[in-house]
Design a binder for this molecule. Structure first.
Ligand SMILES: [Zn+2]
Length: 304
């Protein structure tokens, strides 16, 4: 798509327009006490929020406010294709010090990858608020894009990360073997790499740690059925490699009480994930809040 300035984009326009105060769902009013105990004093960074997703169009300002009220003071917005990455960057630029963004093409959209896409991402990555390349990787579970296209887009984005000196924000599902092989070939040239929404087992975790990856943990860890393997190995992640994320609006923690009626996840629920991970690692939420925050600051080059 043609580059457009922040001033004429739909996101920026939406932000200039006075908005009616959104009607907050009744279930969300007590968000700071979700899980029944208080929010840790340390501020939290949600490293994976799809805040430009259409499910947030209706009440995005309220979502941002609820996140801040819950102690989630900073967010890294996920870019999933070129226009989406531009929207994420523009939104981040409207919230300096509170939001940054990734710029990349998700494997679901890899079939769209071409020279124009790459040029668009390169332009976005010139902005200081574009702190990582991604989300990129392989998804052989959904196979929304042909696998050769996924691999080509993945490799091109690893090259782009090396060239621009940005870390990569990675996605992998049912493609571990090819994912690790491709990443291994590029790893030396990358300044950092985080596998977001890690859902694997101990074997995959250690293969990732051997490649010096950081690990992003979502509310998947709160699911005692699907998240069993992750729950068993989350304590193996070194403190300086572990970061937390909601992946909102996706992956509402399964055990969240009360459950939002619309099933939408939002960054205000990050403390719930923090508490679950802390319990599994036998740490206090406050200590884990501190280490995940400093790890995210260092990884994404965020000012402390
Ligand atoms: Zn993902």
């Amino acid at each position: 798509m043609a580059p457009s300035s922040a001033s004429d984009s739909p996101i920026a326009a939406e932000y200039r327009r006075p908005t009616k105060p959104p009607a907050a769902p009744a279930t969300l009013t007590a968000v700071t006490t979700y899980g029944g105990d208080s929010v840790p004093a340390s501020e939290l960074i949600d490293i994976g929020v799809n805040l430009t997703h259409k499910r947030f169009h209706r009440d995005r300002d309220a979502v941002i406010q609820r996140a801040a009220d819950a102690g989630v003071t900073r967010m890294v917005l996920t870019g999933v294709d070129a226009p989406g990455s531009q929207a994420a960057l523009e939104l981040a630029q409207l919230h300096p010090g509170r939001m940054t963004a990734t710029a990349g093409v998700h494997p679901h959209h890899a079939a769209d990858w071409d020279g124009d896409t790459e040029a668009a991402l390169r332009r976005l990555l010139a902005a200081p608020q574009a702190v990582a390349v991604g989300e990129t990787g392989l998804d052989f579970f959904r196979d929304f894009s042909p696998r050769p296209a996924q691999e080509a887009a993945f490799e091109a984005q690893l090259d782009l990360a090396a060239e621009t000196g940005r870390p990569v924000f990675l996605h992998q599902r049912d493609a571990a073997e090819r994912f690790l092989a491709i990443l291994r070939a590029h790893r030396q040239r990358l300044c950092g790499a985080v596998l977001h929404c890690f859902t694997g087992d101990q074997t995959l975790l250690h293969a990732c740690l051997d490649l010096d990856l950081h690990i992003g943990v979502t509310g998947w860890v709160c699911d005692e059925r699907r998240g069993g393997a992750l729950r068993e190995c989350v304590a193996d992640i070194p403190a300086d490699r572990l970061m937390i994320e909601t992946d909102a609006p996706f992956l509402l923690p399964r055990d969240l009480e009360p459950r939002p009626r619309d099933g939408r996840n939002e960054p205000a629920f990050l403390p719930h994930i923090l508490r679950a991970v802390a319990a599994l690692r036998d740490e206090t939420p406050a200590a884990l809040a501190e280490t995940t925050r400093t790890t995210a600051e260092r990884f994404f080059g965020l000012a402390g």
